[in-house]
Design a protein around this ligand. Structure first.
Ligand SMILES: [Zn+2]
Length: 176
C-alpha cells in the first residue's frame, strides 16, 4: 500500500545530489512490511559505476541488509520513473510493486539539456527498445563463440550444486 512518507524519503535522498558531487538526483527506497530496508542514490560518476542508479543501489542495499537476493513482497519507491536497467533489476530481485514520482518525460525535460560533462546521460527510450530485442536484432554487434566450453562449466556446476541440494530451487531460463 502506497505511503507518502516513503516517496518523500526517496525524493529527499535524490536532493542529496545538490551537495554531493558525482551523484545524480535519482533516489530510491525499498520498503518491506511498512519499513525501509534499503536506500540508494545514483552514484555512477562518484563510484565509476555506470550501473549505479537510485533503484539498483537501493536494491543492493536492501539485499545486503536482509542477506537475501529475493525481494518478493517488497515495494520500491523512486523519485523518477525507472529506466530499463532498473526495471530489469527490479524484476530479477522480485520487487512486488513500483511507485514513482517524476515520469521519464518530466525528467527528460528537466535535465536533457545538460552537457555530457555534467552527467552520464542515458537514452532511456533506446535502452528500453534494445533490451527487449533478441540478441541478433540489437544495434550492438554480438558474436557467439566457444559455446560448448562455457556450457560444460554450467553442466559441471549444476551437477555439483545439484548433488548438494535436496530439492531443486533453480527455476526459469538460464541466464548469465
Ligand atoms: Zn535506472
Amino acid at each position: 500500500m502506497y505511503e507518502d512518507r516513503f516517496m518523500r524519503r526517496a525524493i529527499e535522498i535524490s536532493a542529496r545530489a545538490l551537495d554531493t558531487p558525482g551523484t545524480e538526483p535519482f533516489g530510491a527506497v525499498v520498503v518491506r512490511e511498512g519499513r525501509i530496508v534499503g536506500e540508494g542514490i545514483n552514484r555512477s560518476r562518484l563510484d565509476y559505476d555506470p550501473t549505479s542508479h537510485g533503484e539498483t543501489e537501493a536494491i543492493r542495499d536492501a539485499c545486503r541488509k536482509l542477506e537475501t537476493v529475493d525481494l518478493r513482497g517488497c515495494d520500491l519507491y523512486t523519485s523518477c520513473e525507472p529506466c530499463a536497467l532498473c526495471v530489469a533489476a527490479m524484476e530479477i530481485a522480485g520487487i512486488s510493486q513500483l511507485y514513482y514520482a517524476a515520469g521519464l518525460a518530466e525528467a527528460n525535460a528537466a535535465i536533457s539539456d545538460l552537457p555530457d560533462s555534467a552527467r552520464h546521460s542515458i537514452d532511456s527510450r533506446h535502452l528500453r527498445t534494445q533490451c527487449g530485442r533478441p540478441v541478433e536484432e540489437r544495434s550492438m554487434p554480438s558474436q557467439q563463440s566457444l559455446s560448448a566450453d562455457a556450457t560444460a562449466v554450467l553442466v559441471a556446476w549444476a551437477r555439483k550444486v545439484g548433488a548438494g541440494a535436496k530439492t531443486p530451487t533453480v527455476s526459469g531460463a538460464p541466464e548469465g
